[in-house]
Design a protein around this ligand. Structure first.
Ligand code: M6R
Length: 592
């Protein structure tokens, strides 16, 4: 979603550096961008709707500015327009701001601001921040910032410029913000991926804190205006791993990295004991497990719940984070809550984690971004080791989530009477992309159909859900995923000779039931593509069989999604859409 860059330097000509780094945030999704540069008392603001490249074209002036803030906006309050694009200036032109997050009480604040005779020019919640800053009295800008942030309800990461000062003012609540410093510059960013080239370390601004950043120093304050000390973190290999290399798109690169990611997880979990805190005593205190996430991560939660229930014999259930928060969940110290997230910043998942912690649950984070808020707040962190994922369509992170959740389930099973220890090394010999070229004719079938369905039973139903999400999010094809057994309870009425049904079948024991679902579809004129690793398929009702590498039933859930990831990617290219940046979506959903 939105991205923030603030930059202050001893040298002039900062716009190039700012734009270069703003581009590194493009992957998060945005629909407009803007920059505000400051030199002494002069602000220069440029904005553009669409690609950052359009903003860049507007920077054709002699750049002798030594300080600036910039933003990529993903519209929430107010439509996509120049007027609503950040940075926003206060009416007196003394303050400029960029903001990530949502100010929930902005209507109330707008009324207050207007009652003081100030006009707001945009439809955004953000503009209220600079308007309030300008209304504060006194000379101490940190005190003013504290006063203003105490009036804000909701989430924010903000970076401000003040006329006449060579400084950046920053504050955050529930939305990440980081600061890095070297000998002649400081950079503020909503994502440390921007620090790799110029900085060795960076600071995470703690929640509900603020800072004044100059070229020489970073002063951090808590909400009681006490100066606080923050420990620096190293800029690691994760932040540097976003190169596209030989690939045309990140989606293609990230799907191709799945075997490497699986390998890395297996090696990493052998070397590092991530389960150290999850010992026998921990296990004996768990009465139930709740797995919480959104989108693809939610699908991983559904699968993880099956693994945990089957292998560790503890009642486990997957929840959509935005539903979980408002469902009055029954949680106590005997509940293990597992939060699954690639970005580690998804607002609903993060707020669910806070809710669970406040209710006394044990918390585990299964996350990819090691420095993320979810990773920092959970009791135990199980890293996904997937490297940076840039494409909005989550692929390698999903396979990684399943494997890590399976490792967790088999670890928990050690404390039961029937430990389930698997030969994970089998995964190293799998041909993950076996017969992947056979997906081209299936792409034709998708493009010829009017309706697409994904069906399966048990774990295969979860794969059906994830396969449907992959296809719809980057091809904009409307599709339905349902358990095979549910077909005749309603959805079968949609099936006709313009329908294509993907049936996923990896469990021998459920094969006969799947075959009878196939007959029901065939009888209504639907075409069926069976995606399986089984050999025993003998049915005249199947139109096309895609067979992936024969792997033991235990691991098939980790592999069976790959053909669908490839199918979505190939179909998207055939339709001429962008596989990395689907419309209306953002990589990291940092607002509720
Ligand atoms: O970063 P997270 O895993 O918490 O993100 C949750 C969802 O927004 C995400 O999985 C989304 O559904 C995928 N980008 C879809 O491919």
């Amino acid at each position: 979603m939105c991205g923030i860059i603030g930059y202050i330097s001893q040298e002039k000509g900062v716009s190039k550096k700012i734009i270069h780094n703003l581009k590194k945030l493009e992957y998060r999704g945005y629909d407009s961008s803007g920059i505000c540069l400051l030199k002494g008392n002069t602000f220069l603001v440029k904005k553009s709707v669409g690609e950052i490249a359009k903003l860049e074209q507007k920077l054709n002036f002699v750049d002798d500015f030594d300080c600036g803030i910039a933003h990529t906006r993903w519209a929430t309050h107010g439509k996509v327009s120049l007027k609503n694009t950040h940075p926003h200036l206060s009416q007196d032109k003394c303050w400029a701001v960029v903001h990530n997050g949502i100010i929930e009480n902005f209507l109330e604040l707008s009324k207050l601001i207007k009652s003081k005779g100030v006009t707001l020019k945009s439809e955004t919640d953000t503009e209220t921040i600079v308007a309030l800053m300008a209304l504060q009295n006194g000379d101490d800008n940190i005190k003013k910032l504290n006063e203003v942030t105490s009036m804000l309800v909701g989430s924010y990461a903000i970076c401000l410029l003040h006329k006449g000062e060579h400084a950046l003012y920053v504050a955050r609540r529930h939305s990440p913000l980081y600061i890095a410093k070297n000998d002649n510059s400081c950079m503020v960013s909503s994502d440390p991926v921007t620090f790799g080239e110029d900085y060795g370390t960076y600071y995470t601004l703690p929640d509900d804190c603020m800072a004044k950043v100059t070229v020489d120093k970073i002063d951090v304050y808590d909400k009681n205006l006490n100066k606080i000390c923050v420990k620096p973190s190293e800029v690691g290999s994760f932040e540097k791993s976003a190169e596209l290399g030989k690939y045309s798109f990140y989606a293609e690169k990230e799907i191709s990295e799945i075997p490497k990611v699986i390998d890395t997880i297996l090696s990493n979990y052998k070397i590092v004991d991530h389960f150290k805190k999850i010992n026998k005593t921990f296990y004996s205190q768990i009465k139930k497990v709740k797995l919480i996430g959104c989108g693809t991560a939610y699908h991983a939660c559904l699968m993880g719940a099956k693994y945990i229930q089957n292998y560790a014999h503890i009642e486990a259930q997957g929840y959509i984070a935005s539903e979980f928060r408002y469902s009055k969940p029954l949680i106590d110290k005997n509940t293990l809550c597992i939060f699954v997230s690639q970005s580690g910043e998804t607002a609903d998942t993060l707020l669910s984690l806070e809710l669970a912690k406040n209710m006394g649950a044990k918390t585990v984070a299964v996350v990819n971004v090691p420095y993320s808020s979810i990773a920092q707040k959970a009791d135990v962190v199980l890293p996904l080791c997937a490297g940076m994922e840039v494409a909005v369509m989550s692929t390698k992170a999903y396979n990684a989530m399943l494997l890590v959740l399976m490792l967790l389930a088999s670890h928990l099973s050690k404390f039961t009477e029937s430990p389930q220890q698997f030969d994970y090394d089998v995964l190293k010999s799998v041909d993950f992309f076996k017969d992947v070229q056979k997906i081209d004719p299936i792409t034709d079938l998708v493009l010829k159909s009017e309706k697409v369905f994904f069906i399966g039973r048990g774990e295969d139903y979860v794969t059906a859900l994830e396969a449907g999400l992959k296809l719809k999010e980057i091809t904009y094809i409307n599709c339905v995923s349902i358990p095979s057994g549910e077909l005749k309870h309603g959805t079968l009425s949609l099936v006709d000779n313009k329908s294509l049904v993907f049936m996923i079948a990896t469990d021998k024991n459920l094969l006969a039931k799947n075959i009878s679902s196939a007959s029901e579809i065939k009888a209504r004129g639907g075409k069926i593509v069976l995606v399986t690793n089984l050999d025993e398929i003998q049915s005249g009702d199947i139109d096309y069989v895609y067979q992936f590498d024969k792997i033991t039933q235990k691991f098939s859930s980790i592999i069976s999604i790959i053909p669908f990831q490839v199918l979505a990617y190939k179909t998207c290219l055939r339709l001429g859409y962008s596989p990395d940046k689907p419309r209306n979506l953002a990589k990291s959903v940092t607002v509720e």
